[in-house]
Design a protein around this ligand. Structure first.
Ligand code: NAD
Length: 251
């Protein structure tokens, strides 16, 4: 039987205060990992830390802020002496609109948080991983990072950037024992999509109907994939954009 054992691993997760990042923290903890968790929302992180049965270093950190990201990565590295796995998960959505109607603030925040946030996270993580001679990075892209997303072109722009950075870094760092991949989920039943459902004329049932499997994905399905993708059982996958989308992008 295969068991995913992270008991000798340090796993860093951004955006760990809520949604899939929080569930990832819980499941990696169940698998024995020591955790370095960041989020812009400190209270959510603290309440999570109090429930976790493993050593857990937390830091409030806005992924759009280079100083905060550099400091958190350095502190996590000093605390544990290594970073084996980094999951760059923090991200935001913007209100649904056709491109000409998207606010300029929305394209700016998409590129800054979803795009540059992943770049900055990888920049400092890769420096540490190169020093230690190994590491695994998993970025959260999206189905919108590999195909068009009507109503979400700014989000798609930022997520395509994540996919492009992932493939490029995967090629650059393979020789240093570092694997870099990204996950590309379609709509997942998470707090982000609850918010979308509340504020958009397109409701969850319509999103579900548009998927070949006629349902949304679950947060468990995404996090279970993270556990496997980042594990030693998956040691030859590198530079890939991994769709987890009920087959949506196979169309
Ligand atoms: N839910 C989906 O359908 C879906 C699909 C594809 C990809 N994704 C991506 O997966 C990731 C997680 O999504 P989710 O559904 O769990 O979202 P969520 O909104 O439930 O959680 C996102 C977390 O990121 C944190 N965050 C937001 N901005 C931040 C910032 N600037 N710095 C640090 N932390 C910040 C939030 O506080 C929150 O804890 C995101 O990158 C998202 O784009 C989600």
């Amino acid at each position: 039987m295969i068991t995913l054992d992270y008991s000798n691993k340090v796993v860093l997760i951004t955006g760990a205060g809520g949604g899939m990042g929080r569930l990832a923290a819980e499941k990696f903890a169940e698998a024995g990992a020591s955790l370095a968790l960041s989020d812009i929302n400190y209270d959510n992180l603290k309440s999570l830390q109090d429930t976790l049965p493993v050593e857990c270093f937390i830091g409030q950190c806005n992924v759009a802020n280079p100083e905060e990201i550099e400091r958190f990565t350095e502190q996590a590295y000093q605390h544990f002496g290594r970073i084996d796995v980094a999951i760059n998960n923090a991200g935001i959505l913007h209100p649904q609109n056709k491109l000409a109607d998207i606010a300029i603030d929305d394209i700016d925040s998409q590129l800054t948080i979803n795009g540059r946030g992943v770049f900055l996270s990888m920049k400092y993580e890769l420096q540490k991983m190169q020093q230690q001679g190994s590491g695994v990075i998993l970025n959260m892209s999206s189905a919108a990072g590999i195909f068009g997303a009507p109503g979400a072109s700014a989000y798609a722009a930022a997520k395509h950037a994540v996919t492009g950075m992932t493939r490029s870094a995967g090629l650059e760092y393979a020789r240093y024992g570092i694997r870099v991949n990204c996950l590309c989920p379609s709509f997942i039943d998470s707090p982000m999509v609850d918010e979308f459902d509340k504020n958009s004329s397109v409701k969850k049932d319509r999103l579900a109907a548009a998927n070949p499997m006629k349902r949304l994905g679950t947060m468990d399905e995404v996090v279970n994939t993270m556990l496997w993708v980042c594990s030693d059982y998956n040691s030859y996958m590198n530079g890939q954009a991994i769709a987890i989308d009920g087959g949506l992008t196979a169309l």
